[in-house]
Ligand binder design. Structure first.
Ligand SMILES: Cc1cc2nc3c(=O)[nH]c(=O)nc-3n(C[C@H](O)[C@H](O)[C@H](O)COP(=O)(O)OP(=O)(O)OC[C@H]3O[C@@H](n4cnc5c(N)ncnc54)[C@H](O)[C@@H]3O)c2cc1C
Ligand SMILES: Cc1cc2nc3c(=O)[nH]c(=O)nc-3n(C[C@H](O)[C@H](O)[C@H](O)COP(=O)(O)O)c2cc1C
Length: 783
């Protein structure tokens, strides 16, 4: 077998090693345009997990690499004169130059042929090769040559970064967030060998410009960075090596394989440096390709297996890298945070690390986070314990005169089980049991303001006395038997009305008994849906009156809070999104115009809803569709409602248009809540695939939302909150007297179960290489 490898970076060299080990008789040649020891950049980082892989696949190179490594366990976050250190991270640093020399030496030893100073921009010279590996890095020429086939998507990020070095020793992976007269600068720094550290500097384009960095050469810009970070560098100089300021390109390729040619490493996909995974991905690509070649019956089948088997893992890492880079791009959002909360945000930015996980590794740090959170709650007038505080989820929260005992919320969920809009016994049990189960706040399902405002024939409403009496019965039960507060969500289905019950075909038009539907514009949801009538001014007035009448009934029922549903493509949302609003009057066009009717309805409600009771608005913070609402629009929308008196923005997303492409995942809507809360400076509730109290605590402690709503988890577990209270020892959680023996038992058992689990986790956790190295170098007498 004949293999040509274009590019001798970590991907190309490691693939050469693994393939040659697997097929010693193969003719494998690497073509590299640089000289053998001519490498740019300083250090690279690996996690312990990546090294475990390298150990498994090629012990000799692993041994040489690890002899050269600098190990560290801590991450240190420097911010506004403070430093927070978090242990247990298990990272290793190595000089990129040494890594490549080790891989070259090992490849040669095995019989791989290495050609340096050969620039390849065309694969035709490898016509006799069975396999061509394209590992020529982020600016891959071969990928660009076949751009129509590989279809790379290159997202050039806004921030500027430069990769430099220093002689400054560091004992932790160090993030420095530095305020300057021009704006924030960030340093990502780590030691990679004795006496040398890597320094990646990052800043936003406006700060870059203001700091006068445009047009400076390498030496001048290094001097400017040395001025900014001089207090930390301690007289150590900054070193440069092609350290030009660049914008990071996030690359994703639609195809990785063309005939016998395959993309590896940065050539196929990049991952932002803030999660230090570029070299890991490159070497793990080589491993995946070697595995595929060992398993599959032919080269073509192996390439297919590589592409399809590996894609998900790469996309997951890229997603984590994306979330992380967005955090760094928007660091100014958190600039006025308490430093410990800021550091918690840094640690948990890419979702991989959570509250419980940190509590296990860095208990003192999390204890400080808890105290800081409790102090904020105390500053808001609550007499809470700041010495031994309960976890954020069980800290109280206030909106106007409504106080919530905790931050767990049952999200609004249609039950499609009302008769002529009247909630029945099912609803009493449904809401009653979730309230008794401990949630601080429960939302009603979307309650429709008129008969023709319903989504389905099973939707609940509040337009007549019978419905009012039925809702009052539910509210009375909640108030009489729990500590929960209850919020009425009012809505109008708009063009998604007259559709079937969820279990008969969500959003599909009714075959019989449909009523006329209305919307901002006459655009049907599905091509075969009813074409809605465009709302005229007169009907807009009637709709507003129906909302007002329902709110007045809601107040009479005793609801504690009112939410206006302006999300998910229903009537009011259909005005806000440009994808569903093509009007040419004062209610269409600019975002300001599109918001006009929803704001008029909100203001009308606010004027009749008692001043001491809060109001929220649910929005779709993105349509997940080209040309639709984005996170930046959501900030403007939130500000407009806040000016009109909204107390909380309930941040959901999507469901506007059928062709939307949401990116699901754990806590997938939380970044939008973060953006709205910390840019529009309004309280938010987040929701969406949040399934554990650990996730809820992570979100709250990082300041990404004020309340956390759970929908589906509550459908199967009314006692979600009570169980979480037991787990975290929040003793004061309300429990109706009838159930107290159950509360006593679960609280007693949970303490023990939690201790057992933590001990197990600590025992099961392998020692990091930093810990092993520290043990190995400890003098025997100290044992
Ligand atoms: C600022 C910054 C910091 C980073 N920090 C880290 C980190 O801490 N940890 C980490 O793991 N990763 C880090 N990375 C990422 C890492 O450098 C890359 O992801 C990794 O090196 C990718 O390996 P590769 O083999 O795919 O590509 P590369 O390492 O880029 O190798 C490609 C090789 O192909 C050669 N080549 C290119 N074109 C041709 C051609 N036409 N003909 C012949 N040869 C060619 C190049 O000279 C090069 O040697 C960082 C990246 C940046 C930009
Ligand atoms: C069965 C069901 C019905 C729903 N009905 C409503 C509703 O009436 N109003 C609303 O704003 N959201 C509604 N939603 C959306 C939820 O409130 C929530 O935002 C969504 O389920 C994501 O949260 P989760 O991942 O915790 O379930 C509904 C969701 C489900 C599963």
């Amino acid at each position: 077998m004949k293999v040509a490898i274009i590019g001798g970076g970590p991907a190309g060299l490691y693939a050469a090693i693994l393939l040659k080990k697997q097929r010693p008789s193969a003719d494998i040649t690497v073509y590299e345009r640089n000289r053998a020891d001519d490498t740019f950049g300083f250090g690279v980082v690996f996690s312990d997990a990546t090294l475990d892989n390298c150990e498994k696949y090629d012990l000799p190179s692993y041994r040489r690499i690890t002899q050269e490594f600098a190990y560290w366990d801590d991450i240190a976050v420097h911010f506004r004169g403070t430093v927070h250190r978090v242990g247990g991270n298990g990272f290793c640093g190595c000089s990129r130059r040494k890594l490549l020399l080790i891989l070259q030496e090992r490849a040669r030893e095995l019989g791989v042929v290495l050609h340096f100073e050969v620039d390849i921009d065309d694969e035709s010279r490898f016509a006799d090769a069975d396999l061509i590996l394209v590992s020529d890095g982020i600016n891959s020429r071969l990928r660009e040559k076949h751009v129509d086939h590989f279809q790379p998507e290159v997202d050039l990020r806004a921030n500027k970064f430069a990769w430099m070095g220093s002689t400054k020793p560091l004992d932790a992976f160090t993030f420095i967030f530095q305020e300057t007269e021009w704006g924030p600068f960030i340093a990502h720094a780590y030691q990679y060998e004795a006496g040398h550290s890597t320094w990646i500097f990052e800043t936003d384009p406006a700060t870059f410009e203001r700091a006068g960095l445009t047009g400076l050469d390498e030496t001048q810009s290094a001097a400017r960075m040395a001025e900014i970070f001089g207090w930390f560098l301690d007289g150590h100089e900054l070193l440069t090596n092609r350290s030009m300021w660049r914008n990071f390109p996030m690359i994703r390729s639609k195809r990785w394989v063309k005939d016998n040619m395959v993309l590896l490493g940065d050539a196929k996909a990049s991952a932002h440096f803030s999660i230090g995974s570029g070299t890991k991905l490159a070497m793990e690509d080589a491993i995946a390709l070697a595995d595929a070649l060992a398993k599959a019956p032919s080269i073509q089948a192996a390439l297919d297996l590589y592409e399809h088997g590996r894609r998900e893992e790469v996309e997951k890492t890229q997603h984590a890298a994306d979330v992380s880079l967005v955090w760094f791009e928007h660091v100014d959002r958190f600039w006025d945070f308490d430093p410990v909360q800021f550091a918690f945000g840094v640690m948990t930015r890419s979702k991989a690390i959570t509250y419980d996980n940190l509590k296990l590794r860095a208990p003192e740090f999390v204890a400080e986070v808890e105290k800081s959170f409790a102090q904020q709650v105390r500053d808001n007038g609550f007499e809470v314990d700041t010495n031994k505080p309960v976890v954020p989820l069980f800290q109280p929260f206030r909106l106007r005169e409504m106080t919530l005992a905790n931050r767990a919320v049952m999200s609004p969920m249609c039950m499609y089980s009302a008769q002529e809009g009247v909630p029945g016994d099912f609803h009493l049990v449904h809401y009653g049991s979730r309230a008794v189960g401990g949630a601080g706040l429960i939302f009603t399902e979307m309650t429709c303001v008129s008969r023709d405002a319903r989504i389905t024939p099973g939707c609940a409403g509040l337009w007549n006395d019978e419905q009012e009496a039925a809702w009052r019965r539910i509210v009375d039960f909640v108030h009489g038997n729990s500590a929960a507060k209850i919020c009425l969500q009012l809505g109008h289905a708009g063009r998604k009305g007259a559709t079937r019950l969820m279990w008969d075909g969500m959003d599909r038009p009714l075959e019989q008994g449909a009523w006329e539907v209305v919307s901002a514009s006459p655009l049907p949801y599905f091509p075969d849906s009813q074409v809605p009538r465009e709302l005229d001014r007169e009907t807009m007035g009637a709709v507003k009156d129906a909302f007002v009448a329902a709110a007045e009934r809601g107040d009479r029922c005793g609801f504690d809070m009112l939410e206006l549903h302006c999300a998910h493509g229903y009537l009011l949302a259909s005005f806000i999104s440009p994808l569903t609003n093509t009007r040419t009057d004062a209610y269409g066009g600019s975002l300001e115009n599109r918001l006009r009717f929803p704001l008029e309805v909100f203001e009308a409600l606010r004027s009749v809803w008692p001043a001491h009771k809060p109001m929220s608005v649910r929005i779709s913070a993105t349509d997940w569709a080209e040309g639709g609402i984005t996170g930046d629009d959501a900030v403007i929308i939130a500000r407009a409602f806040a000016e009109a008196g909204v107390d909380l923005v309930d941040v959901s997303t999507g469901q506007t248009v059928r062709e939307a492409q949401p990116v699901y995942g754990r806590m997938f809507q939380t970044p939008f809540s973060d953006q709205v809360r910390n840019e529009a400076r309004v309280a938010t509730m987040c929701v969406g695939n949040i399934t554990t109290a650990d996730q809820a605590n992570t979100i709250l402690a990082a300041g990404r939302a004020d309340l956390v709503a759970l929908g589906r988890p509550h459908l199967v577990d009314p006692f979600f909150t009570m169980k979480a209270a037991a787990w975290y020892g929040a003793k004061d959680a309300f429990c109706p007297p009838q159930y107290l023996p159950g509360k006593d038992q679960i609280f007693r058992n949970s303490v023990r179960d939690r201790q057992d689990l933590e001990e197990l986790r600590i025992k099961a956790k392998p020692k990091t290489r930093a810990e092993l190295k520290a043990e190995a170098t400890k003098p025997l007498a100290a044992e």
